[in-house]
Design a protein around this ligand. Structure first.
Ligand SMILES: Cc1ncc(COP(=O)(O)O)c(C=O)c1O
Length: 395
């Protein structure tokens, strides 16, 4: 018989989570997670699922019936969107401007589709005219768009323009809202997007593991009239809907405690109101930006497509970003991270998401980052940064 390992009780370090996610969790959400688990088909639990669906429709700003939360991280929702919508042999345009556009391409190719990357440099948004030219050249069945690209801190503006171009050419649009749902204006129905997927652990501030998806009737019809079966058994929409639909039966055992948490997190957004929730993200991210700039740092993104829920801070010359992030963590308990993919070594990624998007975090981040950089020999005016952050928050 093998001997048991010695494993201590969990004692996580105290962290201020202001990176690209996960974000801080509201005490109400932690409390919801300790709610007793029932059966995943218990009448009580089916009501919980109905609540989650109704709340998600509000947060997605949609009336789509097919709105639910896949058990799994944002990548599971991403995969659910593409493996259902894309049939083998179909061409899919994916954004060429960041890490998560590349991931879309990988998933599309695994699903038997042909991914074509739309030209755009990392750090910039897609231009609708470039998308239109790519649509005319490649005649895609589906177009993927990253609403909030966390590897670069870019928000894709003009989603509705791209959707119009797609629909004029009979293509479907899939929108990655993992870093934007709840944090940035997003109007699924008004923008006429076919499929939107998200994550629970960013602007919604629930733990990772229950990832929202919404699909229009038009998208559902495409899935239902596929020739080839969906290659993923778990993520096949028909199977998911046999559980999340109006007559729930067993497909899988839902991540019940995480879904309780998501329900409470969504309830908080609904109580605050989506407008006010977006506004808080706007106010706190602006304060962070003003503070960082007043201190002498700069954001590596054009204001017109700044994501806000994630800010890309240019790494000052001569500084090792890894040393800065590890000192912030060990000395201040702050989590921010370096770049990802092409932005590695170029930027520090500072998040402003959900329950982490609070005034005290803006001040703490600016003052701590300033102090660490000053100790690394960077000329920063930490006091000016803190003043600007405070003034912006008050104004
Ligand atoms: C824009 C974007 N899409 C997709 C994902 C994947 O989400 P997850 O890490 O929860 O699988 C992330 C995660 O950071 C993301 O930022």
């Amino acid at each position: 018989m093998y001997t048991p390992p010695t494993v201590e009780e969990l004692r996580p370090p105290e962290r201020t989570l202001v990176g690209p996610g996960p974000s801080a969790i509201h005490p109400r959400v932690y409390r919801a997670m300790t709610t007793p688990v029932t059966g995943h088909l218990d009448d009580f639990y089916v009501e919980v699922m109905n609540d989650v669906q109704a709340l998600l429709r509000y947060v997605f700003q949609t009336e789509n019936e097919h709105t639910f939360a896949v058990s799994g991280p944002g990548s599971a929702a991403m995969e659910a969107a593409f493996v259902n919508l894309v049939e083998p042999g179909e061409t899919v345009l994916v954004p060429g401007n960041g890490y998560f556009g590349d991931r879309m391409g990988t998933i599309v190719e695994r699903a038997g589709g042909e991914a074509v990357s739309v030209d755009a440099p990392w750090g910039a948004a897609l231009e609708p005219a470039t998308v239109e030219a790519a649509v005319e050249e490649h005649d895609p069945a589906v177009i993927g768009i990253t609403h909030g690209e966390t590897s670069t801190g870019v928000r894709q503006p003009a989603v509705d323009d791209i959707t119009r171009i797609a629909h004029d050419h009979d293509a479907y649009v899939v929108l990655d809202a993992v870093a934007t749902l709840g944090g940035v204006e997003l109007y699924t129905d008004e923008w006429d997007v076919d499929v939107v997927y998200a994550g629970s652990q960013k602007c919604l501030s629930a733990p990772p593991g229950a990832s929202p998806v919404t699909m229009s009737d038009r998208a559902v019809e495409k899935v239902r009239t596929r020739d080839a079966p969906v290659e993923s058994w778990y993520l096949d929409l028909e199977n998911l809907w046999s559980y999340w639909g109006p007559d729930p039966g067993y497909h899988y055992t839902d991540s019940i405690s995480t879904t309780y948490a998501l329900r409470e997190a969504l309830r908080i957004v609904a109580e605050v109101g989506l407008d006010a929730y977006w506004d808080r993200h706007r106010r706190v991210s602006t304060a962070m930006k003003e503070g960082l700039e007043a201190m002498g740092l700069s954001l590596a993104v054009d204001e017109s497509c700044w994501l806000r829920t994630l800010s890309p801070v240019g790494v000052p010359a001569g500084v090792d970003p890894g040393q800065v992030t590890s000192r912030l963590k060990s000395e201040y308990g702050i989590e921010i991270v370096g770049g990802l993919g092409e932005t590695e070594g170029e930027i520090l990624r500072v998040g402003c998401m959900g329950h982490s998007a609070r005034a005290k975090n803006a001040v703490y981040l600016v003052s701590s980052l300033g102090s660490v950089l000053a100790e690394h020999g960077v000329e920063v005016d930490v006091e000016a940064g803190i003043d600007a952050t405070r003034r912006t928050l008050e104004g």
